[in-house]
Design a protein around this ligand. Sequence first.
Ligand code: ZN
Length: 276
Amino acid sequence: MTPRLSVEFGIAGRKLIAQEEFKAGTALTHFRGDIIKKVDIQENERCYALMIGPDAWLVPDNESRWINHSCDANAWIEADTLAVVAGRVLRIGDEVTIDYASVAAEDFAKEPEAYAWDPAWSFDCLCGASLCRGRIDGYVIHGSVRDWNVGPAIEVAAYAGRGRGIRARRAIALGECIERSHVIVIPKEQWANIEHTVFYDHTFYWGEEGEDAALALGFGSLFNHSYKPNAVYDRRFAGDEIHFFALLDIAAGEEITVNYNGAPDDDQPLWFTPLA
Ligand SMILES: [Zn+2]
């Protein structure tokens, strides 16, 4: 066991606790142990067994054994290496949790029949997350291996006088990626057809020289502007995506804003007058 994690006893049995701060993406530990067929799993080991392939079950014999389930987990398992990877920033004292009943869409698509749920693994969840699903009796499918944590973190909210905006559904840590929006690029030759439409207020400058424009899909067009933003966006031209990151620790329920000028401290006037 590395000194960076500790096993502690809680009311629901043992749990794995971070003993230092981890950035999102850090490999915390690995699942290790014998890989056996389902029929060979002992009754008292069943709650620890992890399906890693068609009728291939790993019974962990290291600290990974003590990682509890949460419906709003802060770590995920990397399929190839069985590494337990932090999905967001972990602080000292945070319990490391995994959503054992979730599968990335890309993995599910490869082998849907492997994710038929066996009711022997169903349980009533006591994770306490605001997003808790209650009875765990099937897999939930999430967007991508690395971004399963993104969707539930934010939601669309109505703000009086300002229309829609984006609100945190849970606490979001500084540095966390809170949204990855794909964009539709509007080439500069087409801009004349767009600039007199409602899309004008919703487009981002696009391209290395800002020569094109782009309309963000997903949540990306619904963040409101602030000169004191708590998030920032990063345009990924190569992938036609915009990623949004928390600039501060953001509490559940807080509105998430970005500076439409790009840089968080850029106080130049905007190209339109935002609603107060
Ligand atoms: Zn739960």
